[in-house]
Design a protein around this ligand. Structure first.
Ligand code: AMP
Length: 113
């Protein structure tokens, strides 16, 4: 997989406001926040899109979701936060290293735009 801005954050080649890290994932504040709380959680393993995850990534995918909940609570989202994964350019993915957006701190519309 080509190097992305997120692999550079994992490798500490560029700075980020990191709020959580373990052996499998990293969470950091979005540089262009769309809500008062906007954090991205990414696997350290380079997977371009969530749909590219394979059967042997099952534990990793579950880990990301569990940690997204933990990070949301740690960051003061309480029980109200939105998780978003953009899969593909047509739906808004701009960085091709899969990531979960954690958004909170304002009202959200449904359906999303
Ligand atoms: P997406 O459009 O779903 O691919 O989301 C990519 C997100 O990465 C956007 O919300 C960007 O604001 C965010 N982003 C891009 N570069 C950085 C960076 N260097 N540090 C933190 N967030 C970034």
């Amino acid at each position: 997989m080509a190097e992305t801005i997120f692999s550079k954050i994992i490798n500490r080649e560029i700075p980020a406001d990191i709020v959580y890290e373990d052996e499998l994932c990293l969470a950091f504040r979005d540089v262009n926040p769309q809500a008062p709380i906007h954090i991205l959680i990414i696997p350290k393993k380079p997977i371009e899109k969530v749909a590219d995850a394979q059967a042997d990534d099952q534990q990793l995918m579950g880990h990301l979701l569990l940690k997204a909940g933990d990070v949301a609570r740690q960051q003061g989202c309480g029980d109200a936060f939105r998780l978003i994964i953009n899969n593909g350019e047509a739906v808004g993915q701009t960085v091709f290293h899969m990531h979960i957006h954690i958004l909170a701190g304002r009202n959200f519309q449904w359906p999303p735009g």
